[in-house]
Design a protein around this ligand. Structure first.
Ligand SMILES: [Zn+2]
Length: 266
């Protein structure tokens, strides 16, 4: 209903459609303005963060977005709402989205390539990566480096990987567990929304796992926010395995997903 209302206000509800029944997927171009991304205008309109409410906001070529637009993402990422203020009115739009972003490791794209060489200078790489501020990165749960697919994995004789359909089933099962866990918590549907007050209850970890998490936190300079986020991710990894408890292995995996802090910001 909320998603439908937002799309209706934005005039994006197709004719004859009374209810949005699929999670939205929004992928604005990197030239999008800050009001276009966050919301605004003389007659306040919802931005992409609200159009992606209950769905996915995908930002390709993340460092190419304007610094202002990227920094403006921080508030909705934290509060899951956006307040658009005008001279006389202010309007509140819901904005609970899953942010997925992609970027190259350097301007030419080959910094981490196994065989091609990068022709960027260290200063160029530094400037490029610095477009993603620490506070924005801090609010992202997982940073993964993906290597190029080798041609031997593409041929007809290659082993097929796990199908997206099978992965979907695992994700749906994990979300089901989470829907049950937060049945009585208003507005929370999955681990990423787990309030800090419930961390102790749902992310109880062994003294060994605590030690591991604290060591990673001090070594990579995790903020309190990043620390809590890593805990929530470890809960999700456990859910994907159908495990009731959160083990040291789950915590170790979660920590490993904060690769940007690990590799670039130390
Ligand atoms: Zn390069």
């Amino acid at each position: 209903m909320e998603t439908t209302m937002i799309h209706s206000v934005a005039g994006l509800l197709p004719e004859g459609v009374a209810l949005v029944r699929e999670r939205p997927f929004r992928s604005p171009h990197h030239t999008v303005s800050t009001p276009g991304l966050i919301g605004g205008g003389t007659n306040p309109r919802p931005g992409e963060v609200s159009l992606a409410h209950n769905g996915v906001l995908f930002l390709d070529e993340l460092p190419e977005f304007s610094r202002g637009a990227l920094e403006a993402l921080r508030q909705p990422m934290e509060s899951c709402r956006v307040t658009v203020s005008r001279a006389v009115t202010s309007t509140d739009f819901p904005a609970r989205f899953m942010l997925v972003a992609a970027m190259n490791p350097c301007p030419c794209g080959y910094l981490t390539h196994p065989s091609r060489s990068c022709n960027c200078t260290a200063a160029q790489v530094q400037r490029y990566l610095a477009r993603i501020s620490g506070p924005l990165l801090d609010r992202m749960d997982m940073h993964l480096e993906v290597s190029p697919v080798e041609s031997k994995h593409l041929g007809p004789g290659s082993e097929p990987g796990e199908s997206s359909g099978d992965i979907r089933k695992r994700v749906a099962a994990a979300r089901e567990i989470q829907a049950g866990r937060y049945r009585d918590v208003k507005g929370v549907y999955c681990n990423s929304g787990m309030p800090p007050s419930l961390l102790r209850k749902h992310c109880a970890i062994s003294p060994d796992a605590v030690k591991l998490l604290e060591a990673a936190a001090s070594r990579f300079g995790f903020s309190a926010r990043a620390y809590c986020r890593a805990l929530r991710v470890s809960r999700t990894i456990a859910d994907l395995e159908g495990s009731d408890g959160v083990s040291s292995a789950h915590v170790a995996e979660a920590v490993q997903y904060r690769a940007m802090e690990r590799d670039y910001w130390v």
